[in-house]
Every structure is written in structure tokens, then in C-alpha cells.
Design a protein around this ligand. Structure first.
Ligand code: URA
Length: 192
């Protein structure tokens, strides 16, 4: 069994925090673990909990559109979340829940060794880039951490709530596309 598969199986039966009591499915991630680009959201919502896959609701449809704008799709990247089980009522994950789940994300990153990490929203940017990350000021900027280029985009759910943020996000996506062209050897970027 690969180390990735062993990690996935361990995560699928995790009971390290109280979210295990209320979840339907653990949402480990989707895409290609060998990919060079890793997208990280906040945590599963109701649709993701029901289907066991990240970003399958309305926000997920918008994420797919954003990926398509820069010639990406789910098969060319990997997508996961900061926490793998749904926080009830879609509240922000608690510190205790993030603490319990952090090891899975850390190990996913160690095994994948992505060249670029894209944080979707403030919660994962605070987890990965820096604790006091200011999404409205720092979205679209690249930060180097441990040899990985990291950036944050507005969360697709935030773009659905406030479409005025979409033009800035389009600029951020173009910066991401440029960075992929510079750094990634195996990520085909097709012109949309
Ligand atoms: N929002 C997230 O942050 N992650 C998902 O998987 C779905 C919605």
C-alpha cells in the first residue's frame, strides 16, 4: 500500500475530534496526488459531507469555472480542506478541530511536495501562510514557505456572496497561471 493510501485510510476512520460524531463522510480530497499544485479550502459543507468530495456544491461549481479560466481542472491538481469533516451549520472550524486535523494536511503536503499551494479563503491562509493573514489585502500575493510558493484567493463562497470581488480574483488567477508556467514542469495549462 502506498503511503498516500495508508494516510487516506487512517484519515477515513479518524475519531480524533467531535466532528466524527456528526459527519456523514470524511472528505480527504480529490484530484491527482502527484500534482504540482495543491488547493486548500476551509472544510466540507453539507454537499461535500454527503458526497465525500470537496467543493461539489455551488462554491465548487464556481471553483471549477475559476480553474477552467486558467486551463486547469480537477485532474491536473489536488484539492483538499484544512479540516476533513464538516463543522455543523458550516461554522468556522474550532481551534481544537484544526489541531486534531493538522497532521493529515501536513502529511498530505509532505507526500505531495507541491510546488504551489493555493489557499481558498482566510481560514486556510491563516493555517498555511500566517496566522494574521488579511485576505482583503493579501490575496493574490505569493509567499515562500519551506520551498513552496503559497498564495490565497478569495473563497469561492465569498465570491458568490460578493461578486464585486470577481475582477480582482481574475487578476489573481492570471498571476497564478503565470507562476505555474514558471515553476511547474508537468502541469499542462491550456489557453481558455
Ligand atoms: N467550502 C470549503 O471550504 N470546502 C469545501 O469542500 C466546500 C466548501
Amino acid at each position: 500500500m502506498s503511503e498516500w493510501e495508508a494516510l487516506r485510510q487512517q484519515c477515513m476512520s479518524c475519531r480524533a475530534c467531535a466532528l466524527a460524531e456528526t459527519r456523514t463522510n470524511v472528505v480527504f480530497g480529490v484530484g491527482t496526488p502527484e500534482a504540482e499544485v495543491l488547493f486548500i479550502g476551509e472544510g466540507p459543507g453539507a454537499n461535500e459531507d454527503a458526497q465525500g468530495e470537496p467543493f461539489v456544491g455551488r462554491a465548487g461549481k464556481l471553483l471549477d469555472d475559476m480553474l477552467a479560466m486558467i486551463g486547469l481542472d480537477r485532474t491536473k491538481i489536488y484539492i483538499t480542506n484544512s479540516v476533513k469533516c464538516r463543522p455543523p451549520q458550516n461554522r468556522d472550524p474550532l481551534n481544537t478541530e484544526k489541531d486534531a486535523c493538522r497532521g493529515y494536511l501536513k502529511r498530505q503536503i509532505e507526500l505531495m511536495r507541491p510546488k504551489i499551494i493555493v489557499c481558498l479563503g482566510r481560514i486556510s491562509a491563516a493555517e498555511l501562510i500566517k496566522e494574521d493573514f488579511k485576505i482583503s489585502q493579501e490575496h493574490g500575493q505569493f509567499f515562500e514557505k519551506g520551498g513552496i510558493q503559497m498564495m490565497a484567493l478569495y473563497h469561492p463562497a465569498a465570491l458568490l456572496r460578493d461578486p464585486r470581488k470577481k475582477p480582482e480574483t481574475f487578476e489573481d488567477l492570471k498571476r497564478l497561471q503565470q507562476k505555474i508556467r514558471e515553476l511547474c514542469d508537468h502541469t499542462p495549462i491550456e489557453y481558455a
